[in-house]
Design a binder for this molecule. Sequence first.
Ligand code: DGJ
Length: 695
Amino acid sequence: MIKTWHLKDGRQSLVLSATAGRLPEIVYWGPALPTEEPLESLAELAVFDVTGGMLDENPPLSLCPEANRTFPGHVGLVGRTQVGQNLRPSFIFKSDQQTDEALALIYEDQTHDLRLAFHISLDPVTSLIKAETSLESNNPIHLDWLAAPVFPVPTRTNRLIEFSGHWCSELQAHETEFTPGARMRDNRTGRTDHAHFPGLLVTTPGAKNTTGEVFAFHYGWSGGHKMVAEELADSRRQIQFGHARASYPSGTHFQTAPLYATYSDKGLNGAAIRFQKHLRQKTRFARKTRPVHYNCWEAVYFDHDLDELKEIASQAAALGAERFVLDDGWFGRRDDDTSGLGEWWIDERKYPDGLKPLIDHIQSLSMEFGLWFEPEMVNEDSNLFRTHPDWILGETDQIRGRQQLVLDMSQKEVRAYLYERISDLLSNNAISYIKWDHNRVLPVVDAAQAAGTYQLIDQLRTAFPNVEIESCSSGGGRIDLGILERTQRVWLSDSNDALERQRIQHDAALFLPACVTGSHVGPRTCHTSGRVLSIGLRAWTAAQRHMGFEMDPRELDEAEAASLQTVTTWWKANRDWLMNADILRLDADDPAITAELHRSEDQSGFVIFSAQTETSRQALPLPLRLTGLKPDTTYHIELTNRSDISNLSRGQPALKAGPITASGQVLMARGLTLPWQFPGTIWVLEGHRIERPSQ
Ligand code: DGJ
């Protein structure tokens, strides 16, 4: 007997089927099917043939491929009994519950006394699938691997896009061919990590930002993930995601994090805007307007002097900043990174009257105040470590990271101490923002560590619902949909080099919307690359995301300050719609151009940012083809920063003279002709739909 289930939202369909009470397989994942589609025939149609040298039946590529069904690839569950016997369960259907948008399936294995549950839902607003697996056992077991519901991808795909990176160079997209055998990523760092952003895009040949089919995945977990992308000898392909290998302690209940997935037939952008929308909804905060940040890290580092900080705050406010974030160095004896972590008391040497005088000054400038913490970490040179050496995660002879050790967040005493310290500071000071840092990889991989951190953040968010949190981890080492369930912003990278940022934030837009992505105007000479970049490029690059400044404002000359004020004023005037806009990456024909179109939610207006990141091979700018517009609608487009046109642009492209009007069809099929520009500069163009007078 065949049993089928269909999740649909008018844009995509996910159909599962199962025979004889066995675990179900996804037999269709793609464009929306007609409501009357005969699902049993679809399931029969999906059955592969069998030929010589094969088993008499193809072992199912189910939501959890089973060893006991002789599955020839990576199985979905690997575990052992307490006495070390391999678990080889055969799960049988127990119950199901289904609506159009959500499905719960329960299976059991009587031999080992196990229950396996799958929860899969399709959000009708974002069109994002969320899929989780959980396992319960009557007796304690060791679990080495549990996959979130396993998705097949069709054989017409040929390319895997994964993300790696390192400090100051996050979210590097890497492309490999989908070939026979398995490609595996097992992130053993215990955190999301720069090197392992947990996303994967599987595409059809030639898929680009604006065209082609994409099967997109993201594992929403901050404790390190494992991914398997495998092509079996019979040509079927599977994608598995779960916690990093052997993350779980032995026990009776195990749960994967949610695996998010979506199918797009509109290129990478079609998937990207669904993740962006999901995160816009998740991180929506009570106060809708995102304030312009000022962060003092690159201005003073550990060298805190009250009068100097007040002067810096005054100048930042004059430039347009609305929130001042006091970074590392305000607590314990923290004069460099060798000591003080864990001592979450205000340093009386630097702040004899507490933080109040600084906060009062900041508030008198109509700015909010935010404070840096690194709660999960401790220096050996700290009273906390001296008193509680038993609170440390891992062995005592482990290699240190940034001279620091990690607190064991699974211990409730550790969480209670951190909660008491942080809540005391939040209760006694006007702090509306936390920058929550995490500056090293972990000595062990342990799901309880990330779970403990989630618990602490959740407890703080419940007690202080008006305090926003930014997730930072040496820049972008902890960016994932798990941490973003409970935080409102990420510090994408410690690189404030605008050219590097162009690349990093552009690739991050495959998942992250502008409103959660912190982007700051750095110093004239970048501290992490040594490069000198113009204020125009630095300011407009920050204005593409949640804008902020992170330099000593006293270094700005008059012209630079004026330029920064202009861009900041522009950002403030547009932020309410920009922070809700979809970021559509443009397929620029010139590899020297990084270009994006930010389209308002109601699709009536847009801004284009087109950065010339290096020298072009050809003499003149190539037409820039837009995307996401309505072909038969007329648009009005204007070059916002026309004053940046250089004297080496000697011709008369229409945009130099003033606004242009054109149909969406012309703009998408032919494209805009932009004036010639210097490398290291950016064009900003604003467009809107011309409303037809009603007849
Ligand atoms: C690493 C972060 O990424 C920086 O922005 C800064 O907060 C430092 N840590 C402080 O130690």
